[in-house]
Design a protein around this ligand. Structure first.
Ligand code: ATP
Length: 405
């Protein structure tokens, strides 16, 4: 990794503009990663252009170009990702000579909540070493006198996805499961609910590449493919840029939790709207119940099942419930899980799924995993174990022991 050409020395090469319509579509269009017919993750490589349009948009994004220096300090070199409330850029900190992640918040309240909760975490959570905690913050002004908040983080990545999990050892995957549960337990101990535990917010660590030239970084992480933001009459130039692809050999085994945009103190009132993606969202949240620590536990188990089975979160429900009938939050959504007359499909139940996705395991291991999952995937939030209880659960411990974690 000892390429000493200083990163900012190269001022010309800041990625490739799309050459034709095919590349443009490749950049903008959604893709779907599927496994035996189950959608794993659907999404676009870049944020939709209309999120830069101020019309009817209270959460407008800040336009950025590769090669720009933000706050007279951060040279933007690549894209790391985007979410509902931000774009995230890889930048070279010209002062400290290291790579950082810049989370450039959209206008609106999300950025304020994330900073407020992060400050709360810094004050109250004992071990923050596996949480994405900002190291600095600054503001970027718009032409209309509004300001975008920017949070500076150490660079991490990549987040978990089916394909890379299949190539990852069980020891690393189960170590990630244990680390994440400990992280959730320490957040809960401080009275904080994350509310958005999903695979995109769980990331491996990444070996530093600060010493490399930009071209060497592009060689490792992929060259940015970019397009000037189309259709919007922008007050400042900006680009839609494809994100980095972190090679597996740069990944470390440390497992992090990010994105506190929806997080809240259990005592906070009222709760702002927002849900994790459907596969990770507990039935109580989908049925307008107030968020609780137990919602995080459901989402945690969905991530555990990703890590263990490399399969998306369990899409069906195990028991009936009464009080949520008719309260479904998503228009057109089904209350079919509630139908007590439905009988379970034995080929499709938990045990069958575990056996299908992990034919390499023995019966004892499968029974432990089934026991763990069925304790958490229950309708009634008050019946789910807490993070601390699950860490002590004999089946959870047996699985961790088996994989040396
Ligand atoms: N420190 C980091 N290092 C590397 N990549 C990061 C970092 N922080 C964020 N990312 C990437 O940017 C993406 C968006 O970040 P994040 O989830 O924090 O944004 P958000 O706008 O709060 O999203 P959401 O819609 O989930 O609330 C992440 O999924 C991840 O791919």
């Amino acid at each position: 990794m000892a390429d000493l050409e200083a990163s900012p020395g190269n001022t010309t090469d800041v990625g490739d503009f799309v050459k034709d319509e095919e590349e443009e579509l490749d950049l903008e269009e959604g893709y779907e990663d599927t496994i035996i017919g189950y959608p794993m993750y659907a999404g676009a490589r870049v944020e939709p252009w209309h999120r830069y349009d101020t019309e009817d948009n209270q959460n407008v994004l800040y336009p950025i170009r590769l090669g720009e220096v933000l706050n007279e300090r951060y040279l933007v070199e690549h894209k790391l990702g985007f979410g509902g409330g931000s774009t995230v850029w890889m930048a070279f900190d010209l002062q400290d000579k290291r790579d950082v992640a810049l989370k450039v918040m959209a206008l609106g309240k999300w950025g304020d909540n994330e900073t407020r909760i992060q400050d709360e975490i810094i004050k109250t959570v004992q071990d923050t070493s596996r949480l994405f905690i900002y190291t600095a913050t600054f503001f970027l002004p718009r032409d209309d006198k509004n300001y975008h908040r920017v949070l500076v983080f150490p660079m991490r990545g990549p987040s978990i996805c089916t394909l890379s999990l299949k190539r990852t050892s069980m020891a690393s995957r189960m170590s990630a499961a244990r680390q994440l549960l400990e992280t959730v337990a320490s957040l809960h101990k401080s009275g904080i609910i994350h509310r958005d535990l999903d695979a995109r917010n769980c990331m491996w660590g990444m070996a530093p590449i600060d010493g490399l030239s930009r071209s060497a970084k592009y060689e490792l992480l992929g060259r940015p493919l970019k397009q000037t933001i189309p259709f919007v009459d922008l007050w400042k130039e900006g680009e839609l840029v494809s994100p980095v692809k972190v090679p597996e050999d740069l990944r470390t085994d440390k497992f992090y939790l990010c994105d506190f945009g929806l997080a809240k103190k259990i005592s906070d009132l009222p709760t702002q709207r927002g849900y994790p993606p459907m596969h990770y969202c507990s039935p109580d949240r989908l049925h307008k119940q107030e968020p609780s620590f137990a919602c995080d536990m459901w989402s945690y188990m969905a991530i555990f099942s990703m890590l263990y089975l490399t399969f998306p979160p369990f899409p069906t429900f195990l028991e009936g419930g009464v009080q949520w009938k008719g309260l479904y939050t998503h228009p057109g959504g089904l209350d079919s899980w509630f139908d007590q007359s439905q009988s379970p499909d034995p080929d499709n139940d938990l045990a069958a799924k575990i056996a299908y996705f992990r034919p390499d395991t023995d019966l004892v291991e499968r029974q432990h995993v089934q026991s763990i999952m069925s304790k958490v995937f229950v309708y009634h939030p008050e019946k789910r174990p807490t993070a601390t209880e699950l860490l002590r659960d004999p089946s959870f411990r047996a699985i961790m022991d088996r994989y040396g974690c």
